[in-house]
Design a protein around this ligand. Structure first.
Ligand SMILES: CC(C)(COP(=O)(O)OP(=O)(O)OC[C@H]1O[C@@H](n2cnc3c(N)ncnc32)[C@H](O)[C@@H]1OP(=O)(O)O)[C@@H](O)C(=O)NCCC(=O)NCCS
Length: 160
């Protein structure tokens, strides 16, 4: 499975689409080249990451947050196969940060993780972003034995 083109994330995977606070959000897998460009474009803008060339694992789920049909956020949900899902490279387009969209994306990513069968979500937070995760219910927890300098490991139990 490659990282570009449509139909590369299994279609039976869950997706969230529900309005929240009047805004019409949708968290969904990239389905076409335009979506993939948006997904990698947001990651490049926020993390200065080049588009990877390697194959993506079936347990890694790239997802785009759409607001009123326009992509504004990107996240990768990895099923760790130990009842936890790791939320990685959580990014809201800089032009849209600070508007509650990060919270909306996390709520939907957590729902996606629950639908994968995961009972908890874990993150490697930067010290600058730890407050964001804390405000949406994540607590510091050394869920990974690998120690990475400056990274705050955080965990949230997902409600059923
Ligand atoms: C971190 C990020 C995803 C947050 O998304 P956002 O849309 O800007 O955040 P929201 O507006 O949804 O904020 C939700 C809550 O978190 C708080 N918050 C947001 N960023 C915060 C920060 N850096 N530190 C402390 N609190 C923060 C907000 O004040 C808000 O609190 P409230 O609901 O009590 O008012 C986004 O700013 C981003 O992409 N940043 C750059 C990449 C990054 O740091 N990713 C995370 C590490 S992988």
């Amino acid at each position: 499975m490659g990282t570009s083109g449509s139909g590369e994330v299994p279609t039976e995977r869950p997706s969230g689409e529900q309005p929240s606070g009047g805004a019409n959000y949708r968290l969904d897998r990239p389905r076409c080249d335009e979506d993939w460009q948006a997904y990698h474009g947001i990651r490049r803008k926020v993390f200065h990451l080049p588009r990877p060339v390697e194959e993506i694992s079936p347990d890694c789920h790239p997802l785009l947050l759409f607001l009123e049909g326009r992509p504004i956020g990107a996240i990768q949900v990895d099923d760790l196969r130990n009842t936890a899902a790791a939320l990685r490279l959580v990014a809201i387009d800089p032009a849209h940060q600070g508007g509650g969209h990060g919270r909306a994306m996390l709520e939907r990513a957590e729902k996606f993780a629950r639908e994968l069968g995961c009972g908890k979500a874990v993150v490697y937070a930067t010290p600058e972003s730890a407050g964001f995760y804390q405000s949406i219910g994540y607590d510091e927890d050394d869920w990974d034995e690998i120690c990475m300098g400056g990274i705050v490991q955080m965990l949230k139990i997902l409600d059923r």
